[in-house]
Structures are given as C-alpha cells and as structure tokens.
Design a protein around this ligand. Structure first.
Ligand code: HEM
Length: 671
C-alpha cells in the first residue's frame, strides 16, 4: 500500500521529487552491487571455488555493470569465448549491479539443463521475463511451467516437417519478390550512375555511403545493397503470409501498413534496450516495486500503443481464421455428426472473439464487410464455431482436416486446438490464440532476416563456397524444371530445399558461427547439481569437480554463440567458416560436438523450450538464398569493416558509419 502510494507520488510528483526518488533507488542498487562485490564475494560466497572471470575495467563500470561492460564492448560471444580459453567451460561472472551469473558450456550440462526433466526448473530469468512480457505480452515465449506445456502442445503440430513443407511455396513467392526487388534496386543504381536518374537521390533502403561507392571495377549491373534491410522486409512478409494469412506487402510498401508499423515499433523496443529501461526492470524486480514498469515514459507509451494496435488486428486475424476453419469443418464432417452441431450445442461451445476492442475498423474488418470472407460455418442461430468448441471433431475427422487442409501456421494451431483428445482446460483460450500472431512475428521475423543477412555476408567473404553453392542450386533448378513442378513443390524454384546437401552445410555453418540469437538466460528455481562431461578445476587449482552446484535463484548464462566458437568442441579452426565440416556430419563431426543437441547445432537450444520454428526458419532461409544466388553474385565492399552489435539478435554495423544504424551492405551484381 505504502509503496503503491509512493508509485503514484512518483507519477504525479514534480520533477525534482521524482529525480530525488530515482537517485535514492540508484543508490540502493549501487549499495547492493557493493555488497555483492565485497561481502557477497568474499564472506557469504558458497560458490567461491568456481573460477571467476575478470576484466580490465574501471571501478565505477564494475560497480554498475559487473563484467557485463566487457561483454557488451566485445563482439557477441567473443568475451565468453576468451574466458572459456582462460577458465574452461565452467566459470562465474557478474552481471549488472553485481548480479552473480554462472556460465556453463559443457554439452552434458546443457542437455541436462534444457532437457525434459529440468527445463521447467530453469525458466527464463526474471528480468528477461519482465522485459519480454512488456513488449510481447503473454505468449509461448514468455509463459512458463504448465501453461507453457499446454501452449506448446497445441502450437508444435503447426511446425512439423510436413506442415512446413506445405508452406514452402508461400516462401518461394516472397523469395521471387525479394530477387525482383533487389534487381530493381540495382537497375535504379545503374540508372543513377549513367545519368538516367537524378544523382544524389537515394533509393529505398540505401544509406548515403552505399550510393557513393565507386563501382568502376564492377562493370554492368551492380549496386551496394543493404541485404539486411530487404531480408527484414521479406521475413515480415513471409511470416505474415505463412504465419497467419496476412499480407504486409512491406517489401513494396515498407511500414505503411498500420500493423507492420506497430510490429516494427515493438521490434525496435525489443532490440534496443537502453540503460534506463534496464535500470527500471532491475528495480521493478524488487518486491513492491512492480508498479515501476507502468511509468508512462515515452518508450512505454510507444510500446502500449503498438501493442493496442497489434491486439486489435490479432482479434480480427484469429476470428477470421476460425471462421475459415469452421467452413472446412462443415465441408468435412460426416453428415451424421452434423446433428451434434445443433444451434444450442454450438452456442454452448462458442466464445466471442470478433469485433474491435477500440471501436476502430482494421483493413481486415473492412474487407469482411465487403464480402471477402466466404468460409463461415454458422448454425441456425448464426453462432460461429470457434476453436474453443470442445471435441467438435472426432479423432479421424480431426486428422483428416489437419492433413488435407493446410493454410497458415495459425490455421494449424486453431485446428490442433479443436482436437477431440483435448480436455476443455487443455485448449487455448481466445486470448491465448490472439497472442499467437505476435509471438510468431516477434520470434520469427527478425531472427530469420538477421540469419539470412549473415549467411550472405559469409558467402560474400568466401567466394569459392558461394560458387559451389550456386552450382548446386542451379543444377537442382534445372532438374526440377525437367521433372515438372506439380504437387507440393509446384511453383518452387528447386523442389525440396532440404534435399540440397551443400545448402544444408552452408546454413548449419552460418548458424554455428554467426547465430542470430547469441545467448539466452535461465534462473535456477531450486538448488541443483548439474552433471558435466568434463570435470572443471576449482579457482585455486587444487580440486576438480565433475558437477556444478547451482544455488536456487542464481542466473545461468546460456552461451549459444560461445558454444559455436569453442575450440575445445570444434577444434582450432572453430572461428573459420567451413561448411564442409558438416559433410557426413553423422560420422565426421568431433565426438564432443555430436554430444551437443542438434546434433552439433545448438543455435535453437534443445528440449521442451527449444525453438519451435527452427524447421520453418531453415526452410525460409534456404528458399531466400536459392532465389538470390540464382540471380546475383554477392561481394564484400572493399575497405568496409564490420562490427557487431547484440541487441536481441546479432546485427552488423559498418565501422565509421554507425550513424546509419545496423545494416549489411554488400556489392550485389546480376549474373
Ligand atoms: C534463424 C532463425 C532463428 C533462430 C536462431 C532462433 C532461435 C531460437 C532460440 C535460441 C530460442 C530459445 C530462446 C529461449 O528459450 O531463451 C527460440 C525460441 C522460439 N522461437 Fe526461434 N529462432 C529462429 C527462428 C524462429 C522462427 C522463424 C519462428 C517462428 C515462425 C520462431 C519461433 C520461436 C518460438 C515461438 C520460440 C519459443 C519456444 C518456446 O519457448 O517454447 N523462431 N528460437
């Protein structure tokens, strides 16, 4: 009560009082940090035997940022890789304000922590959950425990290999559009160079330095193209279309679409965590200070407005998908079942998920009014069948509908939510279903786009790999054209993209070396003893331990990128891009690597909390690459040095051109 009052006082107080209170909280955090660095480190430290990481940094930065300052200053994964070299695969370090973190990159430990028996005992850390909740709201990524198990059971079937295979043609459509767009950017740049278009006018996605690169040695059709910019737009279009049948058209229209703009704002909030936000999150973790998350800062207001917009659309998107599925059900169920769907029965089973919450009309609603929405199953009383209708499908009818009708990921989720073998309390509620589009978008567009851009960069740095890969893709394209393209892969460029072995190697190697999500964090909810495949030596070097004691409440750093760079696992050439290491991976990979999940590919982590969209992501990246490599050659811009920035995903900056933000410009030439 007292603290709630304090909260309101802070909101209403004149600036001076608010600043004084903020200062007070700052002092509280700093004293907590000092306590951790002194008494916590030297007196009450039950884990002092674990080797501790050190870094060269000022005292002030250590008090405020712990060792995190050094991590942030290095390229993603590099500081951890350095500590692995010095200290081995188990050590501890301090996060902001001295928060203790344990680092483990041992394969056996990772399988244990993320495996089915333990995953729910190691949820995401509290600050991560607070942060994600604020931006995404509730969804598969943010929920924990039983709620997660329930959601995952319904959402997983949408991502089976067979389901994703059916979505490949949708991805191909956007792959072809991406290639066409890049072609038009090249044409525009050529026209500008030859004086047919005004000099000094930038095209969409171009930064001033891109247009200034002298391409004398690249006669013909070449231009500097920011492949991250275009991959991001394409990934948004792909997930909108394949994820929930929504056409963002962002490749052509940018963020002109209202929903696209809302997601873009959420993504920006997600990517760019500033110190004030980190500070507020840390403070709001303290009991009684949760209200701090609601302080209406400019950023907070932007997030709230973007979330309101996305929620409005989500309601419409889910409602429309349900109506379409109701139409399918009507066409599929055997006549004898129809009487079960009496009006009264349906009304009982119906929940109302349509209508805008703010009274505003979305473009989707407008198109509904114009009669676009054809597939609606209604009972006599016009009550639509919705996903919450328990057991309206027998197992056979459900399987039939699930396999014969495809549609978007969301359609599959809604169908899975109707399965007869689910109890009422196992089904997703309307609110949970409405969280699905946002989850897919925020988890699935930035990651795929970033990974695509890093893969293109690696191929540009390794022309011989690019050539070999292009040859494989062109041969497959030829073969596919000869065979005729009916069936699942109708309209696809090369048929099944997963049938191309070298493409598989190139993608896996890119995910290992430049994984889009370099790390995540977990928190121990109980004391635990984590087994290791290789014993670690204590800080004083006198003892060895074949397991790590993790005290309840401690944070665990999950070193996705560092695992990919670990020379102990991969050998001395771990930092090199060598797709061949994945040739015959079942036999050729080092034994320690084969013990990793994947096997060997930890980029999507493992166990019940692994990336549900990993097959989707790999299919999408392969499809986009196939289209691009058939039409274009990619080269690095001479003299432009790259640095990296880990926001949530790992993004690239050009050294000396940081003012233009994160991007991945490459010289792209028509073949
Ligand atoms: C290269 C691209 C991608 C990478 C590297 C990646 C990586 C990851 C990682 C490491 C996690 C675990 C995060 C954690 O628990 O802390 C994760 C979770 C997740 N990913 Fe991905 N992801 C990618 C693409 C996608 C796509 C395309 C989708 C959806 C279409 C997707 C949907 C999800 C979801 C829903 C989760 C949460 C799963 C759960 O907690 O049950 N991801 N991803």
């Amino acid at each position: 009560m007292g603290l709630a009052f304090l909260g309101s006082a802070l909101l209403l107080a004149p600036l001076g009082v608010a600043a004084a209170l903020a200062l007070l909280f700052g002092l509280f955090l700093i004293s907590q940090s000092l306590y951790r660095l002194t008494i916590g480190e030297h007196v009450l430290n039950s884990w002092s035997h674990i080797p501790a990481a050190t870094h060269q940094g000022s005292l002030l930065s250590t008090i405020l940022m712990g060792d995190f300052g050094a991590i942030k200053a290095a390229q993603p994964g590099e500081q951890h890789a350095e500590w692995i070299k010095q200290l081995g695969s188990v050590f501890r370090y301090r996060h902001m304000f001295g928060t203790p973190r344990i680092f483990i990159s041992d394969p056996k430990a990772m399988l244990y922590i993320h495996g089915p028996a333990r995953a729910y005992k190691y949820p995401k850390s509290k600050s991560t959950r607070i942060f994600l909740d604020a931006v995404m709201g509730e969804g598969l990524i943010t929920v924990e425990g039983e709620k997660h198990r329930r959601e995952r059971r319904i959402i997983s079937p949408a991502f089976t290999n067979a389901a994703v295979r059916e979505l490949q043609p949708v991805m191909e459509k956007h792959g072809a559009s991406l290639a066409a767009k890049i072609g038009s950017i090249i044409d525009g740049a050529v026209a500008r160079r030859s004086g047919r278009a005004p000099a000094g006018v930038l095209q969409d996605g171009e930064s001033p330095p891109d247009a200034q690169v002298a391409l004398h040695s690249w006669p013909g059709s070449s231009a500097v193209v920011d492949v991250l910019f275009w991959a991001s737009r394409t990934a948004l279009d792909v997930i909108g279309d394949a994820g929930f049948n929504y056409q963002f058209n962002s490749l052509d229209n940018g963020n002109a679409d209202e929903l696209s703009e809302a997601y873009n704002n959420l993504m920006t909030a997600c990517m760019d965590v500033d110190l004030v936000q980190a500070f507020t999150i840390l403070l709001s973790e303290i009991r009684g200070l949760g209200w701090m998350r609601g302080i209406p800062t400019r950023r907070q207001k932007m997030i709230a407005s973007a979330r309101a917009t996305s929620q409005r659309y989500a309601t419409q998107i889910v409602s429309r998908a349900k109506q379409e599925i109701a139409g399918e059900v009507a066409a599929t169920i055997v006549p004898s079942m129809k009487h079960q769907l009496s009006a009264a029965n349906l009304r009982k089973r119906t929940s109302h998920g349509s209508g805008l919450r703010t009274g505003q009309r979305t473009p989707l609603e407008k198109s509904d009014e114009s009669g676009d929405d054809k597939a609606t199953l209604v009972a006599e009383d016009d009550a639509p069948i919705t996903s919450r209708a328990p057991s309206i499908l027998t197992k056979e009818a459900f399987d039939d509908v699930q396999t014969t009708k495809s549609g978007s990921l969301l359609h599959r989720v809604i169908r899975a939510n109707m399965a007869a073998d689910l109890r009422a309390n196992e089904r997703l509620t309307d609110e949970e279903l409405e969280g699905v589009p946002a989850t897919f978008l925020l988890a699935g567009s930035e990651t795929s786009a970033t990974q695509t851009s890093w893969t293109l960069r690696l191929l540009a740095e390794h022309p011989h790999v690019q050539e070999r890969l292009r040859a494989e893709i062109q041969a497959a394209k030829k073969q596919h054209a000869l065979e005729g393209s009916a069936g699942t892969y109708e309209g696809c460029l090369v048929g099944d993209v997963h049938a191309l072995p070298y493409l598989e190697c190139c993608i896996k190697e890119s995910l290992r070396l430049m994984t889009a999500l370099p790390s995540t964090v977990r928190e121990a909810t109980e004391d635990d003893v984590v087994p290791l495949s290789k014993a670690y030596r204590s800080a004083d070097g006198k003892s060895t331990f074949d397991s790590v004691v993790i005290p309840k409440g401690h944070e665990l750093f999950v070193p996705i990128a560092a695992v990919g760079l670990d020379t102990e696992l991969w050998g001395p050439d771990a930092a090199e891009y060598k797709p061949e290491r994945w040739d015959n991976s079942a036999t050729q990979l080092p034994a320690a690597v084969k013990a990793l999940p994947g096997p060997g590919l930890f980029s999507f982590i493992s166990g019940p909390r692994n990336c549900v969209g990993q097959r989707f992501a790999q299919t999408e990246i392969k499809v986009l690459l196939a289209h691009l490599l058939c039409d274009f050659k990619f080269e690095v811009v001479p003299g432009w040095e790259l640095s990296q920035r880990q926001m949530i995903a790992r993004r690239a900056l050009i050294v000396g051109q940081e003012q233009y933000g994160t991007r991945m410009p490459l010289i792209v030439s028509r073949l």
